[in-house]
Design a protein around this ligand. Structure first.
Ligand code: NAD
Length: 478
């Protein structure tokens, strides 16, 4: 792959600044340098926000259906260039090739889906207490949105932020993760090839502590739409407090998967394995811990370990590979710490439990741990890797109680053939989403929103769209 050295994308053009601090981009399969980006400071962020602000008024005045037309042009560009995009995601993020292809297509689908909302952005007419008065509630754009992105679905997250922001009349400044900026460079190039008005989408590159912070503290940002870790979400709330900026936070998870004795065991094994290993375990709503009913615990754990051990791990660009590397060296080392600490506290490694040495990449063996309890960090903290602790429970009551014993609240799942058990889980699990007899992904027409420390607000569907609007009430006395 050609080494990409490019700059920020502001007001419809790549910017000229070449010097300053640069950040190397590594290939996680080999840890070789495949590109670099600037670490943009306040001056660059000011220019990007000014560009978005300048473009916003005219953009908001366009009928929504015309804005949707631009979204469709963006999705068409993505489809035309899907192979290049997918290849870059494989290269810089380590996603296996078929999943990277899905990400590119899904991103195009998402822009199309958000375009469909153009004729459905609705306000309200509210009955008044006064004779001859009309009360209207309008939904209006917030202004300039900052979209701060993680590295795990780097291309899709561009659409999840820009799609709803643009169709509702906002403009946006996107800050990709410094780990995975190269796909965003392609996106910027594709924008430059459309007639999207300059300034509607701007992309600035850099680290969280410089570029991200400068954006979050900027007085002209109306909404910070952030996806990433709880710790960064918390930092962004503090930064947003400077100007009382609205935040939308999609943060981490510690999803429990409950497997009851009446479950279709093979389905549960298949879904939980897929979920834990998808994107090398680096998915916010992946099964992070299992609570299996005692009667079937041995059979389930053995089948799970067999499926995990059979997974083909290797170069994500190669055919037939089912799991690639983790994002970086600290990431894979952190995974091993979880395992070592759990074992020191009495956990048993059923399969895996160590690095896989391959091409100097960040590979880790799919791992199942048994004899675990909530005192262990592997059961409490987001692992974000291919390590799955399996705890046994006496039944649904204990499973729900232990599943809820967490500070996270993103997603959860249950495997059962009993409708009453499924409904009880839905009613009593304290999470934003519950999957019954399936695992992630979520649907673009749903509402992906965590409770507790997993976030504020949400994404997707009607409710996600309206996160990008503010209300304006008019009282008209006739
Ligand atoms: P991260 O929090 O380390 O970084 C995310 C982004 O925030 C990066 O662009 C980073 O540069 C920026 N950032 C860091 N410090 C900042 C600061 N002080 N101010 C402003 N920006 C700052 O997260 P990550 O490691 O890239 O992503 C993994 C995390 O994201 C996991 O916890 C995962 O669960 C979560 N995630 C959540 C969802 C969801 O929908 N809930 C989806 C994907 C990922």
């Amino acid at each position: 792959m050609e080494t990409l050295t490019r700059n920020n994308y502001i007001e419809g053009a790549f910017t000229g600044e070449g010097g300053g601090n640069r950040i190397d981009v590594l290939n996680p399969s080999r840890n070789t340098v495949i590109g670099d980006i600037p670490d943009s400071g306040t001056e660059v962020v000011d220019r990007a926000v000014a560009s978005a602000k300048k473009a916003q008024k005219a953009w908001a005045k366009l009928p929504a259906i015309q804005r949707a037309g631009y979204l469709r042009k963006i999705s068409a560009k993505i489809r035309e260039n899907a192979d290049e995009i997918a290849k870059t995601i494989v290269e810089e993020q380590g996603k296996i090739a078929p999943l990277a292809a899905v990400e590119a297509q899904f991103t195009a689908d998402y822009f199309d889906y958000m375009a469909e909302w153009a004729r459905r952005i609705e306000g309200e007419v509210i009955s008044s207490d006064r004779p001859g008065e009309n009360v209207f509630l309008l939904r209006q754009p917030i202004g300039v949105v900052a979209g701060i992105l993680p590295w795990n679905f780097p291309f899709f997250l561009i659409a999840r932020k820009a799609g709803p922001a643009l169709v509702t009349g906002n403009t946006i400044v996107i800050k990709p993760s410094e780990e995975t900026p190269l796909n965003a460079l392609i996106f910027a190039r594709l924008m430059a090839e459309t007639d999207l008005p300059p300034g509607v989408i701007n992309i600035v590159f850099g680290r969280g502590a410089t570029t991200g912070k400068a954006l979050s503290q900027h007085p002209d940002i109306g909404l910070i739409s952030f996806t990433g870790s709880v710790a960064t979400g918390s930092a962004i709330m503090r930064e947003a407090a400077t100007n009382i900026t609205k935040v939308n936070l999609e943060l981490g998870g510690k999803a429990p998967a409950i497997v009851l004795a009446d479950a279709d065991l093979d389905l549960a094994v298949k879904c939980v394995t897929m979920s834990r290993l998808l994107n090398s375990g680096q998915v916010c709503n992946a099964a992070e811990r299992v609570y299996v009913e005692k009667k079937i615990a041995d059979e389930f754990t053995q089948k799970l370990a067999k499926a995990m051990a059979a997974t083909k791990v290797g170069d994500p660009a190669s055919q037939g590979i089912e799991m690639g590397p983790l994002i970086n060296k600290p990431g894979v080392q952190k995974i091993h710490e979880f395992v070592k600490n759990a074992v020191a506290d009495g956990a048993r490694v059923v399969t895996g439990g160590d690095f896989i040495e391959l091409d100097n990449g960040n590979f880790y063996a799919p791992t199942v741990l048994s004899d675990v309890n909530e005192g262990m960090s592997v059961m409490r903290d987001e692992v974000f890797g291919p390590v799955l602790p399996v705890a046994t429970v006496s039944g649904l009551d204990e499973a729900i109680e232990r599943a809820n014993d967490t500070t996270y609240g993103l997603t959860s799942s249950i495997y059962t053939t009993n409708i009453n058990s499924a409904m009880r889980a839905i009613n009593e699990l304290d999470f934003g989403e519950t999957y019954v007899n399936r695992e992630n992904f979520e649907a673009m027409q749903g509402f992906h929103a965590g409770t507790r420390r997993s976030g504020i607000g949400g994404a997707d569907g009607k409710h996600g769209l309206y996160e990008y609007t503010r209300t304006h009430v008019a009282y008209i006395q006739t």
